[in-house]
Design a protein around this ligand. Structure first.
Ligand code: NAD
Ligand code: ZN
Length: 375
């Protein structure tokens, strides 16, 4: 098992390894130890198991809960927790104010207290929604992430960004709220659909381009699925660095947006039929092509990046029109104002934040080979 400590506004551990789901109850119990003392005068705390009387609300979706819900539940109960479960339909559509409201009402109806906790079992949708509910229910209760998708393992479960979507925009309501613990059982990744695996690989490739030529080479040599523990811990270590230096995303953390400026626009243009990680891959390819055309990175760097994207089935042309893409970039909340912070690969392991006047992005899209002629 790998253990990585994230020192953010609250410190927490990320545990990565096989078979951790069965041990999750004990691991969670240890992580929250010290917070089990009576919080209000007169509250009775059992002298025996410190978790007696403490409720874990397992939040999951209807794909993941049938696969792993019972195992997690048993592990929590064995550690002395009461459990409740809230399962919603899978998919981004559920990352809504409606599901969020239903979860809060459910917890209130079941008399969940401030000393209880939410355990998010699933991908980024489950994690983002549960985290926001944990941040706001009774002004904040303990929150544990149990990521089951590759994307959640390498990205969304770490760093404390929580959110739900509004009708006209992704992640428009949320909070920075760090988990108390992240338990990543790599065995759960065996049931992940192929296209979701590719999505996780899109974000993994992003980390390699940002930080490490050596990691990049490793991904070319050995498939991610043959080295989950190593790859996830490398990515979490990279993300930790960004989160610790810029928890609230006002500077350095922006670099994690590599491939996302064009990627988000691809997602919107496709009506979300192109998945996030795939769109990120397409965004990375386009921004690197443009950088190479403009002499900001070498042709060799471009070739290597395209080769790695291809290896993970992420090399697809952007076939939407430049005007349509540009409109979507313009309204993205991260690009508000007249300047866009574009993350540009200079070499593998070295990217820079370029402040580009937003209207100039049309030129970047053109240089990046975006357009319907690719269809
Ligand atoms: N908070 C952050 O920092 C952050 C970072 C990146 C992405 N995100 C968010 O994360 C979300 C995307 O995350 P995601 O790709 O995990 O999406 P997701 O949660 O929708 O999971 C993808 C699909 O895989 C299924 N699934 C998950 N684990 C499985 C398993 N082990 N076996 C079988 N099926 C499984 C899910 O049911 C779902 O259908 C987006 O909403 C995005 O905005 C957040
Ligand atoms: Zn992403």
């Amino acid at each position: 098992m790998e253990r990585i400590t994230v020192n953010a506004s609250t410190d927490y551990e990320v545990m990565i390894g096989r078979g951790l789901l069965e041990r999750a109850g004990d691991l969670i119990s240890m992580a929250i130890a010290g917070k089990n003392k009576a919080e209000k005068p007169g509250e009775v705390v059992s002298a025996g198991n410190p978790n007696t009387g403490k409720t874990a609300v397992i939040v999951s979706d209807d794909n993941v809960f049938p696969l792993y819900g019972e195992k997690l539940k048993k592990s929590l109960q064995d550690a002395g927790f009461n459990t409740l479960e809230f399962v919603f339909p899978h998919g981004e559509k559920s990352k809504s104010l409606k599901t969020y409201g239903e979860l809060l009402e459910f917890m209130c109806e079941k008399r969940v207290r401030r000393s209880d906790m939410i355990v998010a079992l699933g991908g980024g949708v489950v994690g983002d929604l549960s985290g926001f509910a944990a941040a706001t229910y009774q002004r904040g209760i303990d929150f544990i992430q149990v990521p089951t998708s590759l994307l959640a393992a390498v990205d969304s479960s770490v760093g404390g960004k929580t959110a739900v979507d509004l009708t006209n925009g992704k992640n428009q309501v949320g909070a920075f709220y760090q988990p108390r613990l992240v338990v990543c059982d790599t065995d759960t990744l065996s049931t992940l659909p192929k296209e979701e695996y590719a999505c996780g690989c899109g974000e993994i490739i992003k980390y390699a381009i940002l930080e490490s030529d050596e990691f990049f080479e490793e991904l070319l040599k050995t498939p991610v699925s043959d080295q989950y523990e190593k790859v996830i811990s490398t990515c979490v270590t990279i993300k930790k660095h960004y989160v610790e230096n810029d928890e609230f995303d006002t500077g350095l953390r922006m670099k994690l947006n590599l491939g996302h400026t064009f990627g988000h626009a691809v997602e919107t243009c496709s009506g979300y039929t192109i998945l996030h990680g795939q769109a990120v891959g397409m965004g990375i390819a386009a921004v690197t092509k443009a950088a190479s055309e403009m002499g900001l990175c070498s042709k060799g760097t471009l070739t290597r990046i395209l080769e790695l994207l291809d290896k993970y089935e992420l090399l697809r042309e952007i076939t939407y029109g430049i005007d349509e893409m540009y409109e979507n970039i313009r309204v993205d909340k991260k690009n508000s104002g007249s300047i866009t912070n574009l993350i540009v690969p200079v070499a593998i392991g070295n990217c820079k934040i370029m402040k580009i006047p937003t209207e100039k992005l049309k030129g970047w899209l053109e240089e990046g080979g975006v357009g319907p002629e690719n269809a």
